[in-house]
Design a protein around this ligand. Structure first.
Ligand code: SAM
Length: 653
């Protein structure tokens, strides 16, 4: 009878310590657990060999060294709660159970889960619980874990597992191709997000399930026809992480990358755009993030992330409906990340946030007057007089347009245009950022004045004026930031997808920012659309109404969304330049801040030729509603009174 204990100690000394694993708690636990109890009796003589061994059902118990390496990387403490995905024989869970307070392990193959449970009970390891399930969803009702070990390789780190990692927690997982190149990755949850390190190349069986690869045994009809054409160019991804963001490196040499969204209330669209933006900023030198938001509101956030001085806002930004568009957990996390990223950079290299929209009549008037008050009180007095023409309408500017149209009020066009010209003629006065801000606000007053007048004329005029304003603003920002400046733009698909490829352009005479960027920047612009099939969305049923979490209806037959569903690929990026034989026009769904499921076909679908509309398309078969960080009227009066605290306004986004 061989002396298993001696073999075990030798294994630890040569295979584990000998390769550099030092954590004494890992070494002790490896010396304690009888590995021979976890392999088929026929393989017991090889239990301490330096390799994986079969455990049935086509699966293996991992090589001892990789188990030790992952446990050491996970830094498991005696009070920790641990989750293992891919319990297999139960061996790694058993070793972890000697180091932690509690271990939960999930195995997708029923007989393996059952056998592992019996072994652990037989050994009297009573702080381990094994469940038969898809572990790529984690252990959803198990709270958060201090360490998560994943013993199978996925295309990325599943979002569900990230969410179940406690603050300060560590997740260790192989990431890469099925049966191909894989890297062992460690993710640490920090106060501001996640930090990731690469622990080297590895080879694991695939993680199969919702957050991993498709089950090859599952009966699924292969997509045919047009869906097959999409499936051929689809590049699947699991989590929204840096691996996902790396799929967009192909566009990283462009000057302008426009990121769309099929609704204004889908968490995945924000999270995905944030991941892409972080990568473009941190690795590819993008320094401008320009959003479909009001300039003065974004300026407040910009001052925060670039630590620029500036006037304190009278109230927190983004008070206007629809607040959730920018006051949500996903965008707040990006703002914090930008602040953190910028803190280590010289002021001129800091990434900046800008608003491209023109709904800020009142705030822009205040901003111009504030600037002039600080620099030239006499000019401020004249400006006050000119802007006085618009003051009665600052809260309800749409009424101004109607009054002018009915000739009940004289147009303020001359007065605001004159004021704008004067500010522009002044030239830079002191800090260039403050001047850009004041000049842009003066232009905005002019643009908004015109916008509210043409709004009542009907047709495409006001839409076109708004998107032209967005392009001009983007061009000015690029010019102000120098010849190498590059921008990421966040706006709805209806602004970003080339209008000429949709019924907007062809039937309604509307142009948009995406089209204008292609005309202006040619191949230096990349237009990226985002779509979803089902789930929930944050939206209102009327303008100004309360935000609700609504169910999204399944896509209509004959839509791009129905075709994407038919591919059977839950999440993918499609590089549309590679598309062959895709249909021309199908209908495409556009959910804005308003969603009216009962009249969906008329209210939300429009003909579009997707491969001409976008350069790439990002698909989430299921998605969930954005989570607002606060509901209206939540300005903290104490913060308003105390300029020190007013700094914290944007954190309450
Ligand atoms: N840690 C195991 C041990 O000590 O024996 C070895 C794990 S083996 C390398 C990988 C395991 O992951 C296989 O048993 C496989 O069935 C399982 N697996 C793959 N995808 C899974 C998923 N989505 N959920 C749970 N287990 C999964």
């Amino acid at each position: 009878m061989p002396d298993r204990m001696t073999e075990r100690h030798r294994m630890v000394a040569t295979q584990i310590e000998g390769r550099g694993v030092r954590d004494p708690r890992v070494l002790d636990a490896m010396r304690e657990v009888p590995r021979e109890a976890f392999v088929d009796p026929a393989h017991a003589p090889q239990a301490y060999a330096d390799r994986p061994l079969p455990i049935g059902e086509g699966q293996t118990i991992s090589q001892p060294y990789i188990v030790a390496l992952m446990l050491e990387a996970a830094g498991i403490g005696p009070r920790d709660r641990v989750l293992e995905v891919g319990a297999g024989s139960g061996y790694a869970a058993a070793v972890a159970s000697r180091m932690a307070a509690e271990v939960r392990a999930v195995e997708r193959i029923g007989p393996l889960a059952e056998a592992a449970r019996e072994r652990l009970t037989g050994l009297g390891y009573d702080n381990v619980d094994i469940r038969h399930d898809d572990g790529s969803n984690g252990w959803p009702e198990g709270g958060q874990f201090d360490a998560i070990l994943v013993a199978a390789a996925g295309p990325g780190i599943p979002d569900a597992l990230r969410g179940q990692l406690a603050p300060g927690g560590r997740l260790v997982m192989p990431v890469g191709q099925r049966g191909g190149a894989q890297r062992l990755v460690r993710l640490r949850r920090t106060d501001t997000g996640f930090e990731r390190d690469d622990l080297g190349g590895v080879a694991f069986v695939p993680l199969i399930g919702a957050g991993g690869f498709a089950d090859p045994a599952a009966p699924r009809p292969a997509p045919t026809g047009q869906a097959a054409a999409i499936a051929r160019i689809a590049e699947p991804f699991a989590g929204i992480d840096d691996d996902f963001a790396a799929l967009f490196d192909r566009f990283a040499d462009r000057r302008v990358i426009l990121l769309g969204e099929a609704s204004h209330g889908t968490a995945e669209f924000y999270r995905a755009r944030a991941a892409i933006t972080r990568r473009l900023v941190s690795r590819h030198g993008f320094g401008i993030i320009a959003c479909e938001a009001d300039w003065p509101d974004m300026a407040v956030l910009d001052r925060r992330i670039r630590q620029r001085p500036g006037p304190l806002p009278a109230e927190p930004p983004f008070q206007r409906f629809p607040r959730w568009m920018w006051r949500n957990t996903e965008f707040a996390a990006l703002v914090e990340w930008l602040r953190h990223e910028n803190a280590g950079r010289e002021p001129e290299d800091r990434a900046a946030l800008y608003g491209l929209d023109l709904y800020s009549l009142g705030a822009s008037i205040d901003a111009v007057l504030g600037y002039l008050d600080r620099h030239d009180p006499e000019a401020a007095r004249i400006a006050r007089d000119r802007y006085g023409c618009l003051t009665p309408w600052a809260d309800e500017p749409a009424h101004y347009g109607s009054a002018v149209l009915r000739r009940r009020y004289d147009s303020c066009e001359q007065a605001v245009a004159l004021q704008c010209r004067e500010i522009l003629q002044r030239g830079i006065d002191g800090d260039p950022d403050s001047y850009l801000d004041a000049a842009q606000n003066a232009r905005l007053v002019s643009a908004a004045e015109r916008y509210y007048r043409v709004m009542y004329q009907g047709g495409a005029a006001s839409w076109n004026l708004r998107d032209r304003h967005m392009l001009e603003t983007l061009e000015r920002i690029l010019a102000a930031r120098g010849p190498n400046a590059r921008a990421v733009v966040w706006a709805h698909n209806s602004h970003i997808g080339d209008a000429r490829a949709t019924a907007m352009g062809r039937d309604r005479g509307e142009l948009n920012l995406g089209q204008l960027c292609r005309e202006r920047f040619g191949d230096e612009a990349a237009l990226i659309g985002f779509g979803t099939g089902a789930g929930t969305v944050a939206a209102a049923d009327d303008w100004g109404a309360e935000m609700e979490v609504m169910d999204i209806r399944p896509p209509l037959p004959g839509s791009w969304e129905a075709l994407c569903r038919e591919t059977g690929i839950p999440r993918f990026v499609a590089d549309l330049a590679r598309a062959e034989r895709l249909p021309g026009d199908l209908i495409e769904r556009f959910i804005g801040v308003i969603y009216r499921p009962e009249s969906e076909r008329a209210s939300h679908y429009m003909e579009a030729d997707l491969p001409r509309q976008f350069d790439a398309w990002v698909w989430f078969d299921r998605s969930s509603a954005l989570e607002p960080t606060s509901h209206g009227g939540d300005a903290d009066p104490a913060a308003r009174a105390d300029p020190e605290d007013a700094e914290t306004y944007p954190t309450g986004l």
